[in-house]
Design a protein around this ligand. Structure first.
Ligand SMILES: Nc1nc2c(ncn2[C@@H]2O[C@H](COP(=O)(O)OP(=O)(O)OP(=O)(O)O)[C@@H](O)[C@H]2O)c(=O)[nH]1
Ligand SMILES: [Mg+2]
Length: 252
């Protein structure tokens, strides 16, 4: 069994992509299940096979510990680690080929609190990968694009798993997606765009951050996708299978 963790900023399309990727893989005869790791998810575009909301009830935590919604969400996220074995058992009992983990809207709850990493590193699977979603809407300026790249790089460092960058919402942010694809494949162009947009100290900081990322292989190509139209699902799946077959780290 293989595990795929879908991460990205709030609203970037994690849940819809979880749904679309599952449908695509299922149509190719793979046995795929979905696991919702967002205790605060109000509604999901798919019916999760494993659902953390059944283990952690936000309203009950709010009442029991006299917390507001954010405090309860943080507590629930931290308690996720205590449910790791139950989640593993539920997933194992499905006998699936692939499990896709949809992660919380507030990315920091999973990426930057210890329980997310604990869950990902302790989950027993034949292979694991992170799908990091860039929201194409947020790639309007070179500074925004670089900021997202920094975020992706920090997630990649924290999880230390094979990592695939996906540029989602390419269907509704066509121009932004086209530009971001160019920046991702040509860091010199990105530096030139930063030079046009910024001056003085701002430019120095952004360009030295960019150079550091490039030098260490943290600016890399992305797969354009649309969780709404299914664009890019073939490319994402083939990248995942390459990783899982080869067992090697990807710079995709
Ligand atoms: N057109 C288009 N809409 C998308 C795409 N991906 C997601 N959406 C829409 O964007 C909104 C947010 O999508 P979600 O899948 O809920 O995003 P999310 O990252 O799971 O959101 P949170 O869990 O709240 O952070 C929904 O209205 C989706 O229908 C896409 O590729 N194209
Ligand atoms: Mg979601």
């Amino acid at each position: 069994m293989f595990g795929v963790y879908v991460l990205g900023t709030a609203g970037c399309g994690k849940s819809l992509l979880t749904h679309s990727l599952k449908n695509w893989l299922t149509s190719k005869e793979w046995h795929v299940i979905t696991a919702n790791l967002d205790p605060g998810a109000e509604s999901l575009p798919y019916d999760p096979d494993v659902d953390v909301r059944l283990h952690l009830d936000l309203h009950e935590l709010m009442e029991r510990y006299q917390l507001g919604p954010n405090g309860a969400l943080v507590l629930a996220s931290d308690m996720l680690a205590t449910k790791a074995q139950e989640i593993q058992d539920e997933i194992d009992s499905c006998n699936a080929d692939i499990v896709i983990f949809d992660t919380p809207g507030q990315m920091e709850l999973f990426a930057y609190r210890p329980s997310g990493q604990f869950l990902a590193s302790n989950f027993a699977a034949d292979g694991k990968a992170v799908l990091f979603l860039y929201d194409a809407w947020l790639c309007k300026t070179p500074e925004n694009f670089l900021s997202l790249n920094l975020l992706a790089s920090s997630v990649r460092l924290r999880f230390n798993l094979p990592f695939i960058s996906v540029l989602n919402k390419a269907d509704i942010a066509k121009e932004e997606a086209k530009q971001a694809m160019k920046w991702a494949s040509n860091p010199r162009l990105l530096e030139a765009s930063l030079g046009e947009a910024l001056k003085g100290d701002d430019y120095s900081l952004y360009s030295s951050l960019l150079r550091g990322l490039v030098r260490n292989g943290f600016v890399h190509r992305m797969i354009p996708s649309s969780a709404a139209t299914m664009e890019g699902m073939t490319a994402i799946a083939s990248e995942l299978f390459m990783l899982f077959k080869g067992g090697e780290d990807s710079e995709a």
